[in-house]
Design a protein around this ligand. Structure first.
Ligand code: C5P
Length: 220
């Protein structure tokens, strides 16, 4: 029906930061609030979709009508996303840590021998992995947060990660944790500049665009 255009569709959304453990009591994190990803999950649910929201640790409430899977690290998040497939649509809005720490099994102690060295290794790229998987959803959307050359980097990301759309975010003016945001929808067809608006409005607009595109990409 026109007010529930995503009825019968399954949407997987990632949201929030990841926490990468250093030892049993410490972790490395980032400032993602989860607001944009949660708003997209909420908007998709309102449009009638079944929504699996795979979220890192956040303090905001779980939107009504979505199935939440709470995770901590990037590797947990990838496993949860893969377990949630198949899906018609994947939207990767999480701020995934690029690196994880080779975590100590016990709390690290001050030794008097100076500070420890943290050994980092690269995390899996969830967006790229899902975009290239056998269970790839027909429509995969990623985000790009950039402070310069926003469109050029987004085009590059589209190609590198193998997703269909990138919502490119200009974060030069403190969007992390804020309510208002400025995005550009970058696809193979071109670039759409969206007006500055709230993350809820961006979510509603994205879900509208998804609803308009999905029936062609994945006929029922
Ligand atoms: O490479 P960059 O982090 O700028 O890419 C951002 C996009 O890729 C976002 O959609 C983010 O959710 C996704 N991503 C991911 N897994 C990673 C890193 C980024 O899914 N390890």
């Amino acid at each position: 029906s026109p007010d529930r255009p995503l009825a019968g569709r399954h949407v997987v959304v990632t949201s929030g930061p990841t926490h990468e453990p250093i030892d049993p009591v410490r972790y490395i994190a980032n400032r993602s609030s989860g607001r944009q990803g949660h708003a997209i999950a909420a908007a998709a649910a309102r449009a009638g979709a079944r929504v699996t929201l795979v979220s890192g640790p956040v303090t905001i409430p779980t939107p009504e009508g979505v199935d939440i899977v709470a995770v901590e690290s990037a590797r947990d998040m990838l496993a949860a996303v893969e377990a949630a497939l198949p899906a018609d649509i994947a939207v990767m809005a999480a701020a995934v840590a690029d690196w994880r720490v080779e975590a100590a099994p016990q709390k690290m102690k001050k030794t008097g021998g100076g500070p420890p060295t943290l050994t980092l290794s690269e995390n899996p790229d969830i967006l790229a992995t899902v975009s290239r998987s056998a269970a790839r959803p027909p429509l995969v959307v990623g985000f790009a947060a950039e402070t310069e050359n926003v469109i050029a980097y987004a085009r590059d990301k589209l190609a590198r990660k193998g997703c269909d759309w990138i919502l490119a975010n200009d974060v030069s003016a403190g969007v992390f944790g804020a309510t208002d945001t400025r995005v550009h929808l970058v696809t193979a067809e071109g670039v759409e500049d969206w007006p500055p608006e709230t993350k809820d409005a961006v979510a509603a607009r994205l879900v509208e665009r998804i609803a308009a595109a999905i029936d062609e990409k994945a006929p029922r």
